[in-house]
Design a protein around this ligand. Structure first.
Ligand code: M6R
Length: 608
């Protein structure tokens, strides 16, 4: 969840390290720091909070040096203070770390008993302390690194420099991703290829258990037994990504408005618009033969998977087992090796999702990855990769990745239905025609609903609690609406299946808690209206998100009604995502929160 970078260069590195950190700030923004070697000694600047604080520090007190490592933190152990900010120094060793050292407490006790004095509350400091101890014991730098790696357990991407070697960075990976960038007379290290994009597009990815020594002329990579291994160089497309806000106030706003285009890209990959057919999926999973499907993911990606479950079961008659990855990985689910499993992740690096993937792989299932980052760990470890083609998503709140995930899952479910003979060619044509309408319908919605959403957001920003309700695929959407709202506006919100209202949450209904009902005029509509009546009868205030038919059919008085175009059930989840995203966005803007980097969160969650 932190971001790390390193440069062993031939010109000053501090500025370039901070530039690279900016591209990693989505991974955490509690504190940041940079360390270099100047005249045979370690030097560093650190600052609490976002990167601009570190930039300010560096402007006041510049840092020389042509080799360095840097870090942007999402705190796990120890408060987000400057003292706990990386890089950590111990006796000429500097370390930056992304992940969690699980046996840090036992190692710390052992090191303290051996005379070490700790100056931070972080788990990472044990890495620096161990390296320093091994050096004091007489080991060379490489031997010390290898010995340290044999002692630590847990998840880590590490970068290390030693004051007495201004021409080498050491790195190691167990879990979180780590990319090596190849330059001309310079070498780079980063948590992802996007961080390194301004410097190079030639990338080698370390695999779990690898460690590496980077000099100015290249890198030597080793496995845990110390044997040399080769990792191929790949040409990364990360440099092509334009990372700016354009005319928008926030990345989130930009990404919401990019959805018609992003979805067009995704559709173009999965759908033949001339034939109105889904394209055959890449090898690896034969949906015609699998007896069932497992789906696992976290957060918004999990909610996309939940919508996908409805589609796979309805269109392909394929039973789906789904759970959030943090539960899935430990539930000891009896899995059928003939089945397939899908893992959904924007970043492709989410630790729990990756662990669930490995669990399914061990049990012999075919693995599919629905990812935005094709070079990610989840993609690399899968038999079939289904890219969502959303382009870089910078806002911590997932928006366009969600609707692109939905688009890909819809296409896969239709393809599975066709392969299994549960959809006829005519069904497929009709469904694909609806999918093809999506970009146009979305663009229309984005152009028209803004004023009513802004008005409503002003009211919501005064509320303490909000309830979202929905049925069918609108139920996961209700949960997504609640997640989005709490994530960026910090208003407490819950999403419920509308039918569950009377089994508990109805007790909360009063005039202070708006109830947002997502109800297109579909086969569940009448039932949902009955639930709305239950809310109205108890003085609850309803915000109704529906279509023209739904608005005409319901005679209930609402606090507001947002009317969307009449669309087919298969694209309703994508279209109804727009008002819930915009509602969260504008509420957060009214409340003055940090929309793109909400408190306590990070975009890529590489710890358990
Ligand atoms: O990168 P992933 O899709 O695996 O991330 C999963 C969740 O952390 C993510 O969707 C999170 O819930 C979002 N911030 C929600 O907007």
């Amino acid at each position: 969840m932190c971001g790390i970078v390193g440069i062993v260069g031939n010109q000053p590195v501090a500025g370039r390290l901070v530039d690279a950190l900016k591209r990693l700030e989505y991974r955490g923004y509690d504190s940041a720091g940079v360390a270099t070697i100047v005249d045979g000694a370690l030097a560093r600047r650190r600052a609490e909070g976002k990167l601009f604080n570190l930039e300010k520090r560096l402007a006041e007190e510049p840092l020389a040096g042509t080799i360095g490592i840097a870090h942007t933190r999402w705190a796990t152990h120890g408060a987000p203070t400057e003292g706990n900010a990386h890089p950590h120094f111990v006796d000429g060793v500097a370390v930056v770390h992304n992940g969690i050292i699980e046996n840090f407490s036992e190692l710390k006790d052992e090191l303290i008993a051996d005379g070490a004095t700790f100056s931070t509350q972080t788990d990472t400091e044990v890495v620096a302390q161990l390296l320093a101890k091994y050096r004091r014991d007489g080991l060379g730098r490489r031997e010390a690194m290898h010995a340290m790696l044999r002692r630590v357990t847990g998840a880590y991407a590490l970068a290390v420099i030693f004051a007495d070697d201004p021409s080498t960075i050491m790195a190691a990976r167990s879990g979180p991703p780590l990319a090596i960038g190849h330059g001309h007379g310079e070498m780079f290290l980063g948590s992802d290829a996007i961080a390194l994009a301004p410097f190079t597009n030639e990338i080698s990815y370390l695999v779990d258990g690898d460690w590496a020594i980077l000099g100015r002329d290249g890198a030597h990579i080793f496995d845990m037994d110390g044997n040399r291994v080769e990792r191929p160089k790949q040409v990364s497309s990360a440099a092509a990504y334009l990372i700016d806000k354009g005319n928008h106030r926030h990345f989130m706003e930009k990404e919401i408005h990019e959805q018609p285009e992003a979805i067009s890209h995704a559709l173009g990959h999965y759908v033949d618009f001339l034939e109105h057919a889904v394209r055959p999926v890449a090898g690896g999973i034969d949906f015609a033969k699998v007896p069932s499907l497992a789906i696992s993911a976290c957060g918004t990606a999990y909610l996309a998977g939940l919508v996908g479950k409805y589609w796979f079961e309805r269109y392909a008659r394929l039973p789906v087992e789904i759970d959030v990855a943090s539960e899935f990985r430990y539930r000891e689910i009896p899995l059928n090796p003939e089945s397939a499993a899908l893992f959904i992740s924007q970043s492709g690096e989410t630790a729990d999702t990756l662990a669930s993937l490995r669990y399914c792989k061990e049990h012999g299932l075919k693995i599919g990855a629905v990812v935005n980052t094709r070079e990610s760990s989840i993609a690399r470890e899968s038999d079939a990769v289904f890219p969502i083609l959303a382009g870089p998503e910078i806002g911590v709140a997932s928006t366009k990745a969600f609707t692109c995930q939905l688009t890909v899952l819809a296409a896969l479910a239709i393809g599975a239905g066709k392969a299994r003979g549960t959809l006829t060619a005519a069904d497929e044509k009709a469904l694909v025609r609806h999918l093809a309408e999506m970009p146009r319908v979305m663009a229309g919605v984005l152009n028209t609903i803004q004023p009513s959403i802004e008005q409503l957001a002003r009211d919501l920003s005064k509320c303490k609690d909000v309830l979202y309700l929905g049925r069918g695929t609108s139920y996961p959407l209700a949960m997504e609406g609640a997640l989005k709202l709490k994530e960026i506006s910090y208003i407490h919100a819950e999403g419920y299946a509308a039918g569950e209202l009377k089994h508990g949450p109805i007790a909360l209904i009063d005039e202070n808690m708006p109830v947002i009902v997502i109800a297109p005029h579909d086969r569940f509509f009448e039932k949902t209206v009955s639930n709305m009546q239950e809310v109205a009868a108890r003085g609850g205030r309803i915000i109704f998100i529906t279509d023209a038919k739904g608005a005409a059919a319901s005679k209930l008085e609402t606090m507001a009604t947002i009317v969307l175009p009449d669309v087919d059930e298969v694209i309703a989840p994508m279209i109804y995502s727009l008002p819930i995203q915009l509602l969260a966005y504008h509420t957060a803007v009214f409340m003055g929160t940090d929309v793109d980097q909400p408190r306590n969160l990070a975009k890529s969650v590489t710890v358990e």
